[in-house]
Design a protein around this ligand. Structure first.
Ligand code: DAH
Length: 469
């Protein structure tokens, strides 16, 4: 957020609308009618919608996706993979089907790319959960079924080395069909089955070279992260064990691969121990919910959110009440890929430079070797916010990021607020942002940078009604 909201004048507002008045946008060959008052997708974002990096088998994101899919399916192949969902989804799929409240901040235009009232670029792979639960419905007759979805997801965000408006997630879920206890047997068959399934994951975990140390103080469950009524205590206990061991298996696999590659390249500070911890979380479509974090190079890294699927989601997918129990998770692939492959700037994932792409090959974790370093060129933009017209809309910092990104694309490395000043007498507010223009592939000329900066400045004046200082 801007430290204080930018107030946009009426004229500024109307101008903004007029720049976005295109009636249609075409995404993956499909034409959508836009609502110019809502539409905030830009050409630079649309250009990224057909890149499908997660499907490129020799790209860090694709290699990581493949590694996790293989590991999770190494036990009983119960996960059906869905990797071709297109990024335009409905607000129903992205939010409503998952129980997001109407006023959830994730729905706001400052965070999400909207095409019109009903269509947007998915902000997470959970948008496809309902459909995938429907599509695996027939597989569950054999008592257990699951899916993995990998896709590009879109969020309006700041600009720096670790943030990009498009990144990749993998979503996973497992469900079991509930059964009644048969005469004479002590436990219903699905309970016996889940116990067996836990044992199989634990056996896999034991095979990993460096064992993980897990700390979990989320148990026993408390009121702020409660179980669902329709599940028994035993079911909650077993489902969560299966979920947690499965995620630990993924983390263990990924970080063990990394450690092996560090040993091979005789790297310094190879961790002797892998520490992870479970913490409580909240997601509208799972209860209880958790997150897992891993201790890596001196800090806790958030890796993945997960939980036991709310019955409501399963009912919406057409399952009978109380027929099914299970879990779901969602994890971001890009940051893990950057860590595994030692990629210092997230923009590199999107480059078509062969010097980057040639360094990676299917199935192998290698460390990226920077091919050259091109100097950055800093430019400041300082402006007074308009004071007039208190009734007009607020503008989010992400809007400013979007303007810069749309003009400079991947030539902008970072944008930082460096000054925030309020005039003591007039109460007028001024902000200064420092933009670092830096290409990953070549040197930029001064003239080129100046031209970009001039365009950024005039666009800010035009769209926000700011006064440059
Ligand atoms: N969609 C969530 C996000 O983007 C991640 C997530 C959390 C997915 C919990 C899940 C889940 O399926 O159960 O932050």
């Amino acid at each position: 957020m801007f430290p204080n909201s930018i107030v946009r004048t009426r004229t500024g507002l109307y101008r903004l609308y007029s720049t976005l008045k295109a009636q249609h946008v075409e995404i993956n060959g499909v034409k959508y009618t836009t609502n110019p008052k809502i539409c905030n997708v830009t050409d630079s974002i649309i250009n990224l919608t057909d890149k499908a990096l997660h499907l490129k088998e020799s790209h860090p994101v694709g290699i990581l996706r493949d590694l996790i899919e293989k590991k999770l399916n190494s036990i009983d192949k119960s996960f059906k993979t869905f990797n071709n969902f297109r990024p335009v989804v409905t607000t129903m799929e992205n939010f409503d089907s998952l129980g997001f409240p109407k006023d959830h901040p994730g729905r706001s235009k400052s965070d999400t790319y909207y095409i019109n009232e009903t269509h947007l670029l998915r902000t997470h792979t959970s948008a496809h959960e309902l459909e995938c639960f429907q599509r695996i419905k027939n597989n569950i007759d054999g008592s257990k079924a699951g899916f993995l979805i990998s896709a590009d997801v879109y969020r309006r965000d700041e600009i720096d080395k670790t943030h990009y408006p498009v990144f990749h997630q993998m979503e996973g879920a497992t469900i079991w069909k509930r059964t009644e206890a048969k005469d004479g047997s002590k436990e219903p068959t699905h309970i016996v089955k889940i116990r067996d399934d836990i044992k199989s994951v634990e056996d896999q975990l034991k095979k990993e070279n460096v064992k993980i140390t897990v700390s979990d103080d989320t148990l026993p469950l408390k009121e702020d992260n409660p179980k669902q009524e329709y599940m028994t205590d035993l079911e909650v206990d077993l489902c969560s064990q299966h979920l947690k061991r499965s995620i630990e298996l993924v983390v263990s696999e990924v970080f063990n691969k990394k450690i092996t590659s560090m040993v091979e390249s005789k790297s310094n500070d190879i961790p002797k121990q892998l520490k992870v911890r479970w913490i409580n979380a909240y997601f509208p479509w799972t209860a209880p919910s958790w997150e897992i974090e891993v201790w890596w190079q001196g800090e806790w890294l958030e890796l993945c959110g997960c939980g036991l699927i709310r019955q409501d989601v399963l009912l919406k997918a057409g399952y009978k009440p109380s027929e099914t129990i299970g879990w779901a998770f969602g994890l971001g692939l890009d940051r893990i890929a950057m860590l595994l492959f030692e990629i210092p700037d997230i923009r590199l994932l999107w480059t078509s430079d062969e010097r980057f792409l040639k360094q990676f090959s299917k199935g192998s974790i290698s460390s990226f070797k920077p091919y050259s370093k091109h100097p950055g060129s800093f430019r400041d933009v300082a402006f007074w916010l308009p004071m007039d017209k208190p009734d007009v809309h607020q503008v989010h910092e992400n809007d400013l990021m979007e303007i810069i990104r749309n003009i400079a694309g991947d030539l902008v490395e970072s944008v930082k607020l460096v000054d925030d000043f309020t005039h003591p007498k007039t109460g007028r507010k001024s902000l200064c942002y420092r933009i670092n223009y830096q290409s990953m592939d070549r040197n930029l000329t001064n003239a080129e940078v100046n031209a970009l900066q001039d365009t950024v400045c005039s666009k800010l004046v035009e769209e926000y009604g700011v006064r440059l200082r």
